[in-house]
Write a protein that binds this ligand. Structure first.
Ligand code: NAP
Length: 345
């Protein structure tokens, strides 16, 4: 049984731990929270948990877990992942793994120096069978002429923004905003299905907090464009579409893929999807466990590297999109300062 430690005690961590337990391959043993009270409250929900920490150094030094699941605010992922790798722990880090390519490069360097330590970005949907069904269908198209993908969901934290507050997910200090959050899913879609775009631009609607609330991204490929509609301040029910010649791959949603059809343009629809697991994190929890349980094999290392390569590409495109819309995070300024210091020395 793989032993799991967690950072962050919000609902997403609970969902991940339920998924992990459902696989029968993981058990939660250690909880870190900024307060022991919250760590205990969270741990009380899972009988396997026996270690509780409110100090991150102690968590990594004394916790008996093998893998940490990091679900803290985005800007903290990098330092926490770094600390985990240095402590010899495998890492599952929530999307987006890093704020910018500068952080990503440092993590890659650290992983190269510690090849027995694995890091996964928790881009849950790419591990699901219906995502793979779309990948296969795209491979089957004779020609790709573009795609329109949408992920627009009113965030429960947007009310706070309207009240003049700055919740983490809408804060540039915590690497928040729409493209850096929901954009991750759609940029993964585009990169896995069509490869790296030649260039990308983002037309953002900015919020008073200094990040984007919604926007339209256009990824330019050789001969076609992919349009991404993103929002955290409205709800959209638009489906996703990928255009072949006469055929269209039709998805009920661009990330939560429940129903996927290949439409031949002549009135025939072929169902490509299978019923989804109830817990959307089950597929990733299963696949990460399988790779970790197979550690030492070439296949496991290859899969980890392939997934990481996608994470690196997604990180690059997100950064390009943000740059084009002049969206700047505190973490970008930190990166620039370090680079300037390195240039001077
Ligand atoms: N894969 C998915 O479907 C999915 C869905 C939602 C979110 N996410 C990702 O999960 C991560 C967490 O998102 P979230 O909305 O749960 O974030 P959040 O509520 O802002 O913070 C998550 C946890 O981090 C800790 N935390 C909060 N503020 C902090 C601060 N200022 N300094 C240090 N720790 C702090 C809190 O745990 P303690 O109080 O216990 O320390 C909190 O429960 C994000 O990266 C997000 O993108 C993924």
């Amino acid at each position: 049984m793989l032993k799991l430690g967690i950072i962050g005690t919000n609902w997403i961590t609970e969902q991940f731990v339920h998924a992990a337990h459902e696989t029968g391959k993981w058990e939660l043993t250690a909880v870190y929270s900024r307060t022991l009270e919250k760590a205990n409250q969270f741990g009380d929900k899972f009988a396997s948990t026996s270690e509780f920490f409110d100090n991150l150094d102690d968590f990594f030094a004394q916790g008996s877990f093998d893998t940490v699941y990091i679900a803290s605010p985005n800007s903290l992922h990098f330092e926490q992942a770094k600390q985990a790798i240095l402590a010899g722990k495998d890492v599952i880090v929530e999307k987006p793994a890093c704020s910018n390519p500068f952080e990503m490069k440092q993590l890659q360097r650290l992983l190269d120096q510690n090849p027995d330590t694995f890091l996964f970005e928790a881009a849950r949907h790419v591990h699901e069978p219906n995502f793979r069904a779309v990948t296969k269908a795209v491979e089957g198209l004779n020609v790709v002429q573009g795609a329109t993908l949408t992920y627009a969901k009113y965030s429960s934290r947007y009310d706070a923004v309207l009240n003049g507050e700055e919740p983490n997910i809408f804060s540039p200090d915590f690497s928040g905003g729409c493209v850096q959050d929901l954009g991750v899913y759609l940029v993964y879609d585009a990169i896995v299905w069509f490869g790296m775009p030649g260039s990308a631009e983002y037309h953002a609607t900015m919020l008073t907090t200094g990040v984007d609330g919604k926007g339209v991204a256009i990824l330019h490929y050789n001969g076609f464009d992919v349009t991404l509609n993103l929002a955290k301040n409205v709800n959209s029910y638009l489906p996703g579409e990928i255009y072949g010649l006469k055929e269209t791959i039709r998805m009920d949603h661009s990330s939560d893929l429940n129903e996927v059809y290949l439409d031949d343009g002549a009135g025939n629809k072929t169902l490509l999807s299978v019923p989804q697991a109830e817990n959307p994190m089950l597929a990733e929890a299963n696949e990460f466990a399988d790779v970790l349980n197979d550690k030492g094999s070439n296949d496991a290392k290859q899969l980890e590297e392939d997934w990481l390569a996608y994470a690196v590409q997604v990180n690059k495109v997100l950064y390009e999109l943000r740059q084009s819309a002049h969206i700047k995070f505190k973490a970008d300024r930190v990166a620039e300062e370090v680079e300037e210091e390195n240039d001077e020395s």
